[in-house]
Design a binder for this molecule. Structure first.
Ligand SMILES: [Zn+2]
Length: 292
């Protein structure tokens, strides 16, 4: 991780400015609130940054303006439109800034300068404290789409357990449009999952769906950290490929008081009573995928 070159005092001033300019809104981000926030953020953003309104977000960054506009339209707007089409009715309650930094140097320097963060990932992350997605856009758009899912999930399904929140978000790390809808594609997480399947290390879906945040996320040194993401992602992938993902989401939300983990709803939507047998079927399906 390169050491930030800018002095802490300047960082403190800029961080304070960004915090100062955050509007207090308690309802869904309105056009007026976005416009007000954008004009204030314009004064706090570093020189040379372009700011764009892409409801419900402000997108800002130091790429050339045309490149930033392309990301705002073809990634942010596209993902928001497609996610709202199938899943989400409500916008996030807070204005969220999407910072797209043009390269790793800009990303690490500005994460420190603006937010006093030292990123633990080279791709990007969400800062709840600053209501900001902080992205190294040079690494591609996958993490950006992943991170866009989370604020919509919080707004629409605040009690969503981590397996589905991360399963759906990571499903769209690699995605395309199919018949007007968003479709997740197989990605790098499959390889690790296939290894777990072959070694008999996958866990039961009852255990996966029943995990609380502490159990699911553990800590960054947990050997199972990515495996839970992979298993959750490819359960969502399976539902998608069987045409059941959108139906599952809406039934899960509707039934969540009675079935907070989603496990009973999962059985019902899959039409499976014996989930250990289903797990074997799901594993055989994944082993048969191209590239597995
Ligand atoms: Zn996530």
């Amino acid at each position: 991780m390169p050491r930030p070159r800018l002095k802490t005092t300047l960082a403190t001033v800029l961080t304070a400015l960004v915090a100062l300019y955050r509007p207090v809104i308690s309802s869904a981000a309105t056009t007026a609130a976005l416009a007000e926030h954008k004009s204030r953020l314009q004064k706090a953003a570093p020189a040379g940054f372009t700011l764009l309104t892409e409801p419900p977000f402000i997108v800002l960054g130091d790429e050339p303006a045309d490149a930033l506009r392309m990301h705002a339209t073809h990634t942010v707007k596209w993902a928001v439109d497609k996610l709202k089409l199938d899943f989400f009715r409500k916008d996030p309650d807070e204005v969220i800034d999407i910072w797209l930094f043009r390269d790793n140097h800009s990303y690490t320097n500005h994460a420190w300068l603006l937010f006093h963060d030292t990123p633990t990932t080279r791709f990007g992350y969400y800062s709840a404290a600053h209501h900001a997605l902080v992205m190294n856009i040079a690494t591609g758009r996958g993490t950006l789409v992943h991170e866009i899912v989370h604020p919509f999930m919080r707004a629409n399904f605040p009690n969503c357990p981590p397996w589905f929140d991360e399963g759906l978000a990571s499903l769209y790390e690699k995605c395309r449009e199919k018949d007007g809808h968003i479709q997740g594609l197989t990605n790098w997480r499959l390889e690790g999952l296939i290894k777990s399947i072959r070694e008999g290390k996958t866990i039961s879906f009852e255990k996966l769906t029943g995990m609380n945040a502490q159990e699911f996320y553990g800590n960054s040194t947990s050997a199972n950290y990515s495996e839970y993401y992979g298993q959750a992602r490819y359960l969502c992938y399976y539902l998608q490929e069987k045409g059941l993902l959108v139906k599952f989401y809406h039934q899960f939300v509707a039934n969540s008081s009675a079935d907070p983990s989603g496990f009973s709803t999962l059985k019902s939507v899959l039409g499976e009573q014996e989930m250990d047998a289903f797990k074997k079927k799901w594993e055989a399906y994944l082993l048969g995928l191209p590239g597995s």
